[in-house]
Design a protein around this ligand. Structure first.
Ligand SMILES: Cc1ncc(COP(=O)(O)O)c(C=O)c1O
Length: 342
């Protein structure tokens, strides 16, 4: 079975698992686990922030950021199809009790004039806007890269209006390693979270980055949410190896590109309106409105391909380290064969 539902399905390599055996450990609730402390420092240094906090998941990092940046009843501007709004089990309503204000965007890059209009309109009848949250890479657009230039311009606007800028960088390394090499997020953003447990191949964990004061508060919220753990170095050591090997994700981009080029020239089914590839590790097959994408998902499953559904009509194929280069030809043939039966 080829599992293309997500890059979260990647399993840790032997090298990653073995690193846990030799990890130096301590009680992280007392900030005494040297492996965790050094991972937090390393991530903060890499992306230009003062401090880091190891958290159990991307969701926890995103939601702690909202808890700190917002008060109940205030608003967060974000792309209408962002993960933080749509795919976090209503956590923002449950925890920080904020509302989301949809922003127009192209491939995850917000329209700044529109954002400014939203901010100015927030006076009188509309709630106060406290935070802007973007996603890089932007999942719902097909894993598109939000350019660093656009982040700088957004940061400028956000700072003019004294708001906070959060980056859901679950897949930030896909954006950084593929061309957009500026890593100095800390100079332009107030908080950022990224995940070790997706394409990088660690089994668990994410990092939350921000100022010293932000991380102090984040540590308290993590505790309140039950995310304070003890000898976390066993997990952090695995995350560290995964991070060191981060260049592997460029191979995923190459695999996705190869499949995209093949599908583009060979897949011919009018029920599939568009094949979307945004240069990272995902391909979307956009299914025509009147057609049922679940039918194609079932056909693919019977051909030993697990694929995911994103939104109502997009079938998502994600390439990751557990899909080998030698699998690609077979996957291409299976995709074309399945679509001919759809
Ligand atoms: C863009 C994005 N943000 C946040 C998350 C949440 O990460 P986690 O599953 O670790 O909570 C995901 C998970 O897939 C994601 O794709």
């Amino acid at each position: 079975m080829f599992d293309l539902r997500s890059d979260t399905v990647t399993k840790p390599s032997k090298e990653i698992l073995e690193s846990a055996l030799d990890a130096e450990l301590g009680d992280d609730e007392y900030i005494e686990d040297p492996t965790v402390n050094s991972l937090e420092d390393e991530c903060a240094n890499l992306l230009g922030f003062e401090k880091g906090l190891f958290v159990s998941s991307g969701l926890m990092g995103n939601q702690i950021s909202l808890l700190i940046h917002n008060d109940p009843g205030t608003e967060v501007i974000t792309p209408h199809d962002s993960h933080i709004k749509n795919y976090e089990h209503g956590a923002a309503a449950f925890l920080s009790r904020v509302q989301f204000r949809d922003a127009e965007h192209v491939d995850g890059e917000l329209d700044l004039d529109y954002v400014e209009k939203l901010i100015l309109k927030s006076k009188v009848h509309k709630p106060v806007i406290k935070t802007v949250s973007i996603e890089n890479t932007h999942l719902a657009s097909g894993g598109s890269i939000v350019t660093f230039e656009s982040i700088k311009s957004l940061s400028n606007l956000v700072r003019q209006h004294e708001l906070m800028l959060h980056v859901d960088g679950a897949r930030i390394w896909h954006a950084i390693l593929d061309g957009n090499n500026n890593m100095n997020y800390g100079s332009y953003c107030d908080s950022l979270t990224f995940c070790f447990s997706k394409a990088l191949g660690a089994p668990i964990g994410s990092i939350l980055l921000g100022s010293e004061q932000f991380i102090k508060e984040a540590r308290e919220f993590r505790k309140k949410l039950g995310g304070g753990m003890r000898q976390v170095g066993v997990i952090a050591s695995m995350a560290r190896i995964a991070l060191q090997n981060r260049e592997i994700i460029l191979e995923d981009h190459a695999k996705a590109k190869k499949v995209y080029e093949f599908l583009n020239s060979s897949l011919n089914n009018e029920k599939i309106e568009r094949i979307v590839y945004k240069g990272t590790n995902m391909i979307f097959l956009n299914i025509k409105n009147e057609e049922d994408p679940n039918k194609l998902l079932d056909i693919l499953y019977n051909e030993s391909i697990k694929a995911g559904l994103i939104g109502e009509k997009s079938i998502r194929l994600v390439f990751h380290k557990d899909i080998l280069n030698t699998d690609i030809e077979e996957i291409c043939n299976k995709l074309v064969h399945s679509s001919s039966k759809f």
